[in-house]
Design a protein around this ligand. Structure first.
Ligand SMILES: [Zn+2]
Length: 566
């Protein structure tokens, strides 16, 4: 055994039969049926995120076509042909990584080689990984081959970004979408591996590895492998947290328990201990904002995972909804600000202290960044167009709230009290993926919805979204809160989030996933601040401008005359 070459878990437990492929039933069934019926396509396009089994299935197709008994939907895995494909020695199965610089040369070689019949096998199979990364020249060259494929050639393109594959190539391929594995599916596979490897591992640790892998089988197995290498004795969740750099639940609950008090000394002591434990502050801040999001979800009854856990319940009881939103915003903002802050310990301590203060006690916007704050608001406000220009569209400033807009949930009212009073420039278009704060989203929210309604032409989606309110921004996600009354709208939105995400991308230049939660009904007095018109909330300087220059607000339709951004 000792002399055997080391094999990674992913290679060792790679699916060797179609039955063994987990979570891609729709793909596997179609492919097997086609092979059984003798319908062999010359081009396949496999789309899906990393580690979902695209190349694994591609190799299975190579075996199915070339098995000594084949073509067969059930390759035997024991004949010479199957074995040569399993161990990677089959000369007629060519795997290329399009991400390499040589892709043009590779495609040239492919075009030359594909003319000749296979040397050993029935079909020549070309597996092109990361196919979207082929250069434009290589794509053109490849298209010529795909237009007139020799009968003995099969091309399987795998990509994580199908939109970057030209339609001319896509239209000549059978396209299959690989989905991410669920925690249960990945956990099940990990359990099988753990048993086969005789691992002593806590079930919770398996589930945690499955969750951290975010749907990727490959990532789950490589993380498990690292944990095996690190742990001594029984593998616990603590080992998984340590190896993955994630912050353990225990530490997060402890942070929550300290923040629930007014004991500043304990906050400093906790920050000190976390630093001494060698924690990564960025990871701590990120995990903390996610943790308090989970607490918020538990508090409003949308989370069942922790509902029987006393420590979690205590934490949910210790904070009000508005306070939780405030804390989420503080940690998310602090994580973002780390880019400009080399004093990580100070950043952690300040985040703790700010989070200990009740929202009402916070006078200044907690998250104002140095860069943004430096920009003078005057640069971004222009003189309003003369009201006479469009007399028909003139409306009073105190535009009443449209009746379709539901009462606002409590957290929003609280969060908007802290909104900075200066309008900020919208992020530049190159800021794709950059994070924004909740305040920024709230200020632009009506504009986003108008964009979804008018530009993206999704009035129904916009109307549904109006029933909810942005309540948290964390971990590249925007959480929309819906009260019980609007539960139906929430359910419908859950299947239409892409339009809202597109709207956020177009208006704010940032990529945020939409999540939804149920929130409590607002208390009557909490609605007071929301009596302001939408325009006033969005443009706090508006009244000043109107006072200075005179005039009234012109209905702005799709474009916003107050912003320099188009
Ligand atoms: Zn075989």
């Amino acid at each position: 055994m000792a002399s055997m070459p080391y094999e990674t878990l992913y290679r060792k437990y790679r699916s060797q039969t179609f039955d063994d492929v987990i979570g891609q039933d729709h793909v596997v069934r179609t492919i097997r049926n086609a092979i059984r019926a003798g319908r062999i396509a010359h081009g396949y396009l496999f789309c899906g995120s990393r580690g979902t089994g695209k190349t694994t299935v591609a190799r299975l197709i190579a075996k199915a076509l070339n098995c000594g008994d084949g073509p067969t939907p059930d390759p035997c895995n024991v004949c010479d042909e199957c074995r040569s494909i399993t161990d990677g020695s089959a000369v007629d199965v060519v795997e290329m990584d399009a991400a390499s610089n040589r892709s043009v040369d590779d495609i040239d070689a492919l075009r030359e080689g594909v003319k000749y019949p296979p040397m050993r096998l029935r079909y020549k199979v070309y597996i092109i990984d990361e196919a979207h990364q082929l250069s434009a020249t290589a794509k053109d060259a490849f298209l010529k081959t795909l237009e007139e494929p020799p009968p003995h050639a099969v091309f399987i393109l795998a990509t994580t970004e199908s939109s970057k594959i030209p339609i001319t190539i896509r239209s000549r391929c059978l396209q299959f979408d690989f989905r991410r594995g669920t925690v249960d599916e990945i956990g099940g596979r990990l359990k099988t591996v753990a048993e086969a490897e005789h691992l002593d591992i806590e079930p919770d640790a398996i589930e945690l590895v499955a969750r951290i892998a975010m749907g990727s089988y490959r990532d789950s197995l490589s993380l498990l492998e690292q944990v095996i290498g690190y742990a001594e004795g029984r593998i616990t969740t603590k080992d998984v947290y340590t190896v993955s750099g994630m912050v353990d639940e225990d530490a997060l609950l402890e942070i929550g328990e300290v923040l629930a008090t007014t004991d500043t000394a304990s906050a400093f002591a906790l920050a000190d201990r976390l630093m001494r434990e060698g924690r990564d502050v960025r990871e701590l801040l990120k995990s903390a904002s996610n943790h308090f999001r989970d607490v918020l979800e538990l508090k409003v009854g949308a989370d069942k995972r922790h509902s029987n856990d006393v420590r979690w319940r205590d934490q949910a009881d210790a904070f009000g909804q508005d306070r939780l939103v405030h804390i989420i915003d503080i940690f998310a903002g602090a994580e973002k600000d780390l880019r400009w802050n080399e004093q990580h310990r100070l950043a952690l301590e300040m985040a703790f202290l700010k989070a200990m203060a009740r929202p009402k006690e916070v006078a200044a916007p907690a998250m104002a960044t140095p860069v943004r704050a430096a920009a003078s608001p005057a640069e971004h406000v222009r003189t309003p167009p003369p009201a006479e220009a469009k007399p028909k569209e003139t409306k009073p400033v105190e535009k009443p709230e449209p009746s379709a807009v539901p009462p606002q949930p409590q957290p929003v009212a609280a969060a908007q009290e802290e909104a900075p009073s200066e309008p900020e420039p919208a992020p530049a278009s190159d800021a794709v993926g950059a994070s924004v704060t909740l305040g920024e989203v709230q200020r632009e929210w009506q504009k986003v919805l108008r964009h979804v309604e008018k530009i993206l032409r999704q009035p129904n989606v916009a109307a549904l979204a109006r029933a909810g309110q942005p309540v948290a921004v964390a971990d590249n996600s925007l959480t929309l809160g819906f009260t019980q009354k609007w539960r139906f709208h929430r359910d419908k939105i859950d299947t239409n989030t892409q339009w809202i995400e597109q709207g956020l991308m177009d208006v704010l230049g940032t990529r945020l996933k939409i999540r939804t939660i149920l929130v409590d009904e607002p208390e009557p007095e909490q609605q007071q601040p929301m009596q302001q018109s939408v325009e006033q909330v969005a443009h706090p300087l508006l009244n000043d401008v109107l006072t200075t220059f005179g005039g009234t607000v012109v209905d702005e339709n799709d474009s916003d005359p107050w912003e320099e951004q188009s």
